[in-house]
Design a protein around this ligand. Structure first.
Ligand SMILES: [Zn+2]
Length: 286
């Protein structure tokens, strides 16, 4: 790490370099952070433009790339050329990264080579290689899994399917081992459904972005959960309910009180409350 670049106190120094992110990015030669704690508000050094976005957009501004940002009026031909080059390089790097990710996926092989199928002696006249999974299967999906398994699957595929499944399991196992995921994290309907959804989607399925996990997907899940609780809430109003509490002590020795509501449909969790400083009298619990 270069000295001072990531030190927030350096922000008080005269040199704008102190507000430069610790980065090799050429964009930082043309921009300076307005606030050292916010990497997304950047002031152009050549004009009064403040880009309320990342360094990439500042480079678009210097490179006079019209459409997304207003072009910098004071950039010289050299500045423009340098930033254009940097944008091109980073898009090349991005393409290379995508290619690499694709290669990682392309290395996923769960299909058993077709010559192995012949070795098993299960090759049937007429059925040829229909039951094996070939390149075209990327674009198709069994119309009816049960009919497929009855007609073609048993003879040819039983052995192959077993081997494919084994390979799939090895990918799951590796993810658990390498990332230190508790084994029981897969013992639930959510994991089963995820696996099924990925399988139904077919090759090229995409994982969510972390941003989506924090925002959109989380909000959707919360609203689904609230929707599920509505049924119970109606029941509370109609036939009554009991509010239950349960106190426990967490690893930091904080006293936590859980509040649950029970009704004829079931029990749901309302909230938990830290009550370390209060004595748990009947009055408090009430
Ligand atoms: Zn500018």
């Amino acid at each position: 790490m270069s000295s001072g670049a990531s030190n927030p106190t350096a922000a008080t120094m005269d040199k704008p370099v102190s507000l430069k992110r610790n980065s090799e990015d050429i964009g930082w030669e043309y921009g300076v952070l307005v606030d050292p704690n916010d990497l997304n508000v950047i002031q152009c050094k050549l004009c009064p433009k403040v880009a309320k976005a990342d360094i990439y957009r500042l480079k678009l501004h210097i490179a006079q790339k019209r459409g997304q940002v207003t072009p910098c009026p004071n950039a010289t031909h050299e500045d423009i050329a340098r930033c254009k080059q940097a944008i091109e390089d980073s898009s090349k790097a991005k393409k290379a990264r995508l290619l690499e990710q694709q290669e990682v996926r392309d290395n996923v092989v769960i299909d058993v080579p077709s010559d192995k199928e012949d070795e098993t002696g299960l090759h049937e006249i007429g059925s040829s290689s229909q039951a094996t999974v070939g390149p075209m299967d990327k674009f198709t999906k069994p119309l009816d899994a049960s009919s497929l398994s009855k007609k073609i699957q048993p003879k040819i595929s039983e052995h192959i399917m077993k081997e494919r499944l084994h390979k799939l399991k090895r990918y799951i196992a590796r993810w658990l081992y390498v990332r230190g995921i508790p084994f029981n994290a897969i013992n639930n309907e959510e994991f089963d459904q995820m696996l099924e959804a990925a399988g139904c989607f077919g090759p090229g399925a995409k994982k969510p972005y972390q941003h989506e996990l924090r925002e959109k997907l989380l909000h959707e899940e919360v609203s689904d959960t609230k929707e599920m609780l509505k049924l119970q809430e109606n029941e509370w109003a109609k036939n009554g309910c009991s509010i239950m509490t349960d106190a426990w002590t967490d690893q930091k020795r904080r006293s936590i009180m859980n509040l649950c509501v029970n009704c004829s449909i079931g029990t749901s969790f309302l909230e938990s409350k830290e009550a370390s400083s209060e004595s748990h009298t009947g009055e408090l619990i009430f």
